[in-house]
Ligand binder design. Structure first.
Ligand code: WQD
Length: 335
């Protein structure tokens, strides 16, 4: 298929591009480079051996989107483009609603104008909010507790209404848990701008000497060892989940929301210890007070993905840590 990846140079988008190209799809990328690097395109071209047409631009640019969809004869879109920092979303709500919701509406208008009605949407477990039960299944109430999560939920609601208004639409919303890790070649990985908010990129920068120590945000939660527990999933497993979602999208129409996680909650200490096995030394750390907005524990029920996508995460925590560390060493060697 001819597939447009919006935000395709980002962390999840770039890894998904490698899997789709491997499966023989023609992958086209649009990215505004707000939270990604142009050299990722060269890495993707060398990993895949494919040209991968690239357009630098913003999904809110309706004329550009229509031109790409038409000229590249796009058959379906995977929509990754969006802002994703929970902390920033709280201080810049309008920027988040404009980018994440406004950008999605512009994309959908362009698709509708060209009669392209197959979409995979990059959603997030943050749409669930505080757990009323665990693991989260897809029927769990949707009560996001931050602006970022609300932007993702609003797009999901728009997509549901769109598919109810026109049954030609086939839409799959993938709710990601905590993606970490990197492609095993070490050429692409997670590379946030500035000081990382998320645990794994922060750990990598402590290990490579960019940051002095890890701050552990709370060790007094009611969890297995007092630190927060999350469902970390290897980004390559996540990428393969998108390829599986394409097959579902081609088999049915309507709207479907599916969790992409491992179903295994892992604590901060468990992740740190696994990462220390990867780097063969200890990570300096200081226990700090809890980070506001953090939930103690959340993880995915993964039965629906297994049933509808015939997909399950295959890679373990050590593989996630090893691959992240390999990527960090590569970029530090060239930075
Ligand atoms: C994980 C755990 C922290 C950093 C994020 C995004 C969310 C979603 C998933 C996109 C928590 C602890 C962290 C640090 C720490 N992404 N921690 N020290 O908060 O679960 O969610 O990824 O959809 O939008 O916000 O991930 O990696 O920030 O935190 O102790 O320096 O690590 O308290 O328990 P989070 P995270």
């Amino acid at each position: 298929m001819n597939i447009l990846l919006t935000g395709g140079l980002g962390f999840i988008g770039s890894h998904t591009a490698t899997v789709l190209a491997d499966y023989g799809h023609h992958v086209v990328i649009i990215d505004n480079l707000y939270n990604s690097q142009k050299e990722t395109l060269n890495s993707l071209r060398s990993i895949t051996g494919k040209v991968l047409p690239f357009y630098e631009g913003d999904v809110r640019d309706l004329p550009l989107l229509k031109r790409i969809l038409k000229e590249e004869q796009i058959e379906c879109v995977i929509h990754f483009a969006g802002l994703k920092s929970v902390a920033q979303s709280q201080t810049n709500p309008l920027e988040y609603f404009d980018n994440n919701v406004g950008g999605s509406i512009a994309l959908l208008e362009a698709m509708q104008a060209i009669n392209i009605k197959k979409l995979i949407f990059s959603s997030s477990a943050t749409v669930y909010g505080a757990p009323q039960y665990l693991p989260y299944d897809e029927a769990h109430p949707l009560q996001p507790i931050n602006v970022y999560g609300r932007t993702k939920l609003q797009v999901e609601e728009i997509l549901q209404d769109l598919s109810q208004s026109d049954d030609a639409w086939s839409i799959v919303c993938l709710r990601y848990f905590n993606p970490i890790g990197a492609h095993n070649c070490g050429l692409i990985g997670e590379r946030p701008q500035g000081i990382p908010n998320n645990l794994m990129p922060y750990l990598c920068q402590v290990a490579s000497g960019q940051l002095p120590h890890l701050n552990i945000f709370g060790d007094d939660y009611d969890t297995k060892d007092g630190t927060g527990e999350r469902d970390y999933i290897h980004v390559m497993d996540l990428a393969e989940g998108h390829a599986a979602a394409l097959a579902l999208m081609n088999r049915q129409t309507g709207f479907e929301a599916i969790n992409l996680g491992t179903g295994n909650p892992v604590s901060v200490y468990e992740l740190v210890h696994a990462f220390e096995r990867s780097i063969q030394r200890t990570i300096p750390r200081i226990v700090q007070k809890r980070r506001s907005g953090d939930l103690p524990i959340y993880y995915a029920k993964v039965d629906k993905a297994s049933r509808l996508l015939n997909w399950r995460a295959q890679r373990d925590l050590q593989a996630m840590c090893d691959s992240s560390w390999k990527y960090e060493q590569k970029i530090r060697a060239v930075l």
